[in-house]
Design a protein around this ligand. Structure first.
Ligand code: ADP
Ligand code: MG
Length: 343
């Protein structure tokens, strides 16, 4: 069903995105493919549909399962969980990796330094031509990132039959983690194949809603659909949210939008947690229409009652861009914009 709010796994349930799915499947000839786009644009859906259609074994890690300062233990736990479903086929090969123990349908890693090694694991999985997908891979940043990056670089050079797919909704942070432009990173200068998911245009968005309601056998005034498309700006996740809410009996667009904004507000708060009070202030400034360096600076200074150094403000703005929240003083998602006024 088109309005199912989980990531789609089947091409039949996916609207459009034929081109992207085909491109992703083809791009597995590259060592690393990066799937980028803002939240709710359909990255996980395109990833899952593609993995299902290829004739290769794959592993999917959801890096959102990692805390901000995750270490080896947490990382290997995540790995163990995502390997569990593959144990019937990969068990034999995993058994021979140092620091790995297989007990029935369970897998255990000796996570301490000197125990299991990611490099050795990749080398062995290479024999099975595995596709390793890491969803929201910018979450791999943190103290342990060096080790993950080195293992990726090793696999890039030596494990010719492994293919990695990394998705990221905080695109700049994902590239920071990979460090292809950072001479100190082991991945410096490597080629990454990027597939960027864009929002639907007005026409496609309208078709999306029409098809979803048709499937559900519900007639909705076209007028309302047009208004919804205007408000939700072609982001499939929000269109789905609208469709779902409407089918659940909530027929007023404004009230649906209020719920979406509340959801976005919670997400924003958690994205910004630990980043200091200037981040919400700058977002609020932009949400309230301050559209230039001078205007944002003035807004922040007036509210803080102190002058703000240019380098500090520059840093906040750059980070917000890397988080794919804003670009050139405009929000990438209208619901996040509306939510930012409540920060
Ligand atoms: P992302 O991983 O980019 O945040 P998801 O794949 O989780 O996005 O999609 C967000 C929501 O939108 C999900 O409910 C998903 O089912 C729906 N969705 C996204 N793209 C499509 C699409 N092309 N067709 C149907 N539903 C989609
Ligand atoms: Mg996702």
């Amino acid at each position: 069903m088109l309005f199912d709010d989980r990531p789609k796994e089947d091409r039949k349930a996916l609207f459009d995105r034929e081109k992207e799915v085909d491109e992703l499947k083809k791009s597995l000839k590259h060592p690393i493919t990066v799937v980028t786009g803002i939240r709710r644009i359909g990255k996980t859906s395109v990833l899952k549909v593609s993995l299902k259609e290829i004739r290769r074994e794959s592993l999917l890690l959801d890096a959102r399962g990692l805390g901000p300062n995750y270490g080896r233990r947490e990382f290997f736990n995540l790995l163990a969980n995502s390997l569990r479903p593959s144990l019937p086929t990969l068990g034999e090969i995993l058994k021979s990796v140092k620091g790995v123990r297989i007990a029935g349908l369970e897998i255990e890693f000796e996570w301490r330094k000197g125990g299991a090694s990611l490099v050795e694991l990749f080398d062995r999985l290479n024999e099975r031509k595995l596709v390793i997908a890491i969803d929201e891979a910018q979450r791999l940043r943190g103290p342990f990132s060096e080790e993950v990056r080195s293992a990726l670089a090793h696999a890039y050079d030596y494990d010719r039959d492994l293919s990695f797919i990394l998705t990221g909704s905080e695109v700049g942070l994902l590239y920071d983690f990979l460090g292809i432009e950072d001479p100190n990173s082991p991945l410096y200068g490597r080629y990454l194949h990027e597939i960027r998911l864009e929002r639907f245009d007005g026409q496609r968005s309208l078709e999306f809603l029409e098809r979803g309601f048709e499937e559900a056998g519900v007639r909705v005034p076209r007028e309302l659909l047009i208004r919804a498309v205007e408000e939700l700006d072609g982001i499939p996740g929000w269109l789905t949210f609208f469709g779902n809410s409407y089918l659940a009996g909530r027929e007023d667009l404004n009230s649906i939008k209020r719920m979406a904004v509340q959801l976005a507000l919670n997400e924003l708060r958690s994205l910004l947690s630990g980043r200091g009070p200037r981040f919400p202030l700058v977002l609020r400034a932009i949400a309230e229409g301050r559209g230039s360096w001078t205007e944002v600076k003035q807004y922040v200074e007036e509210r803080e009652g102190r002058t703000v150094s240019s380098s500090v403000l520059q840093n906040v703005l750059e980070t917000l861009e890397k988080m794919s929240l804003v670009k050139d003083y405009t929000f990438l998602d209208p619901i996040y914009k509306a939510a930012s006024r409540f920060l």
